[in-house]
Design a binder for this molecule. Structure first.
Ligand code: 0O2
Length: 211
């Protein structure tokens, strides 16, 4: 159904995806600017890496179907908030939150939704700070607001999420074993969070010594 709809609406679909790509570039640049400025002030960089991705046609079709939304180009724009995704991997947990705060204080950024999976981790153990924001993009004749999902994580949270994502495809196990694997993964997430807490404490100790 989705494939047939795309075939009929290929030009508007491509146009919409281009808008998302532009918004993703804008947001990525905002983080690069914040990273550079922070580097000047503090002699270290809060961002380890940035990765942007556009949701694939396949994942879009699956998400619309799963959530029972109409299969149309307009429906993508109205209902799917993570078509454009920017993942920012930070060095320390406090960096995640100060970057988020700086981004949200910019007058062309509008916050749509904030989900703090650090304060409230998912049952899987997943931790990250998710922001759905809207940013303007300037086109030849108009200005459009486009939604972007930002995921802020530490290196340690990203390490856990990447490996858990890989292992998820191997979870075709009997219920009992699957539960044991899930429990082990949740426990590993606690270990990762502990690393973050200790690294942050060390960072704060060294920063205090410098003043
Ligand atoms: P991809 O390939 O990153 O797009 P929904 O999107 O509706 O399923 P919701 O509640 O809208 O879920 O979004 P949520 O859970 O706040 O964020 C979804 C995204 O967060 C996921 O994207 C993952 O990137 C990440 N995520 C959430 N929970 C987990 C988890 O337990 N493990 C890992 N590794 N990542 C997680 P998608 O859509 O799954 O995929």
């Amino acid at each position: 159904e989705f494939a047939a709809m795309l075939e009929r609406n290929f030009a508007p679909y491509r146009r919409l995806m281009t808008y998302y790509e532009c918004a993703m570039m804008e947001v990525e640049t905002k983080f690069r600017v914040l990273d550079a400025e922070f580097g000047l002030q503090h002699d270290r960089n809060p961002i380890e890496s940035i990765k942007s991705r556009l949701k694939s046609t396949d994942s879009l079709a699956k998400k619309l179907a799963r959530k029972g939304f109409p299969m149309s180009v307009d429906s993508i724009e109205q209902n799917i908030y993570d078509v454009a995704g920017v993942r920012v991997v930070c060095t320390f947990p406090e960096d995640m939150f100060s970057l988020a705060e700086s981004l949200l204080s910019q007058d062309d950024v509008r916050l749509i939704e904030r989900r703090d999976y650090v304060a409230s981790p998912k049952p899987s153990g997943y931790r990250s700070l998710h922001l759905i924001i809207e940013v303007p993009i300037f086109l030849e004749r108009e200005k459009r607001s486009v939604k972007v999902e930002v995921q802020l994580r530490t290196i340690s949270m990203n390490f856990w999420a990447s490996l858990e994502h890989q292992l998820r495809y191997k979870k075709d196990l009997p219920d009992e074993e699957a539960a044991a694997v899930a429990a082990e993964l949740a426990d590993l997430a606690e270990t990762a969070a502990d690393l973050d807490r200790r690294m942050q404490a060390l960072r704060n100790y060294l920063d205090d010594g410098e003043e």
